[in-house]
Design a protein around this ligand. Sequence first.
Ligand code: ADP
Length: 230
Amino acid sequence: MSGRAAKDTAVPVVELLDATKTYPGPVHALRGVTLRVDAGELLAIVGPSGSGKSTVLNIVGTLDRPTTGTVRVAGYDVGSLSDAQLSALRARHIGFVFQHFHLAPGRDAVDNVADGLLYAGVPLKERRARSRKALERVGLGHRLGHRPNELSGGEKQRVAIARALVGEPSLLLADEPTGALDTASGAVVMDLLHELNAEGTTVCVITHDNEIADALPRRVRFRDGEVVHA
Ligand code: ADP
């Protein structure tokens, strides 16, 4: 896949046009969502439980396709891509951060972050070199050899953020990134996301926490599968 749209700031990073998602039941999880995220934004997707946040995250993260409507990520129409092309798009353009970190338990910070480049075809030595740089970028240069069980919750999340960033994605998708952290560690993680955004990363934080959302420059509010404020 060529880098047609990747670093072109005129192309939205994410574009949903009247996207719907219906699960068997039927459950209308998304009822016609139109949303544009430009390069360089830092935004929150907010809404109560069941409002469609995870569904939209899965679709924007190219883990799932919409039932109807158009979804473009980095300029690519995800509905027209094969599964292999979707995986390539995901590996190249999207970094994920999860509430519960999802780190490999037996592997140190360098190897956990290096795994973020597994699907990018980068040789191991370079993966590790880039991993060390990414860990330094998130303030963990002194924890390179630590395994997850030797790190605090906040440090684990910073390792996960380094892993998400090491491939220099067009978009960082963070799903409740502070949900498993105490207030102080959560604040450090949010400060880091602000910093990375100031350096140019487009960041989308999914949260049900209004206080976190209120501290971000843009809030997209979901209710019952619809955007009620963009
Ligand atoms: P949120 O992330 O805001 O809590 P979700 O996107 O998980 O909301 O869910 C939106 C709606 O879709 C809810 O009613 C939920 O029960 C339903 N839903 C989510 N995933 C599935 C699924 N795989 N199958 C059926 N219904 C689902």
